[in-house]
Design a protein around this ligand. Structure first.
Ligand code: HPA
Length: 240
């Protein structure tokens, strides 16, 4: 069977992948951080590039938004292209008052009300782990680079919770689980990785918060936060 949503040659995909949600962000990362880049996917305009970062072959590709989209690309990358490690880099909303806009958060676990875990791998577990090894490398790298990060649970929403109040769902999250951020992909990515014994994790920067007023980020602030995340992800994923 051939992949349906990617038209890449097997040798053109690196074992190490960065997966931003936005395909144009993948293009930005490739053009600004990688050398010798080659476009490796354009099916549905889900742009992917492979290039070299400090001599290491890296693929960077968009995942689209939401669990089903990220899961399709993660599945194809792991199953058809022998990808070993995926780091999702994205934006998220604050899910707790202590989470502030511009914070960078490493999702050591993802929690969701989604049925995806059951659909994909017959587990009803609402909480899934990311790769401990990748997480340790990210924590270590963040210390080395002096990039402050917070680590904890990420909530993966199925509706964009800026547009729709999800307090009825929040109330059913056990008290001992306190998600720091909400986004829409990590739970899908972690389940796909766990099912195939591969490595995945997710770093997000907080772009919006219902707990803080007047926190619209300038485009410069957004860019700085994004650049820090990109460097953190690249430096961590190439660590042996
Ligand atoms: N919720 C879900 N996904 C998001 C958010 C949010 O507040 N911000 C960026 N992606």
């Amino acid at each position: 069977m051939k992949p349906i949503h990617m038209n890449s040659n097997k040798e053109d995909i690196a074992p190490l992948v960065l997966l931003p949600g936005d395909p144009l962000r993948a293009k930005y990362i490739a053009e600004n951080y990688l050398e010798d880049i080659k476009l490796i996917n354009d099916v549905r305009n889900m742009l992917g590039y492979t290039g070299y970062y400090k001599g290491n072959k890296i693929t960077v590709m968009g995942s689209g938004m939401g669990i089903p989209s990220v899961a399709i690309y993660a599945h194809e990358l792991y199953h058809f292209y022998d990808v070993k490690k995926i780091i999702r880099i994205g934006t998220a909303g604050a899910f707790a008052p202590e989470t502030k806009v511009k914070d960078i958060i490493l999702g050591t676990k993802a929690c969701s009300h989604s049925n995806f875990g059951y659909a994909y791998r017959k587990t009803n577990d609402p909480i899934v782990d990311s790769s401990e090894d990748l997480n340790n490398k990210i924590i270590e790298t963040a210390q080395e680079l002096n990039i402050p990060i917070k680590t904890g649970v990420i909530y993966t929403a199925e509706v964009f919770d800026v547009y729709k109040n999800i307090d009825h769902l929040k109330q059913t999250i056990p008290d001992n689980i306190k998600p720091l951020a909400s986004e829409m992909e990590a739970f899908g990515l972690y389940n796909v990785a766990l099912d195939d014994n591969k490595e995945a994790t997710c770093i997000v920067s907080i772009s919006d918060s219902l707990f803080e007023e007047n926190v619209d980020l300038t485009s410069e602030e957004r860019q700085t936060s994004l650049n820090e995340m990109i460097i953190l992800a690249l430096e961590s994923i190439i660590k042996n």
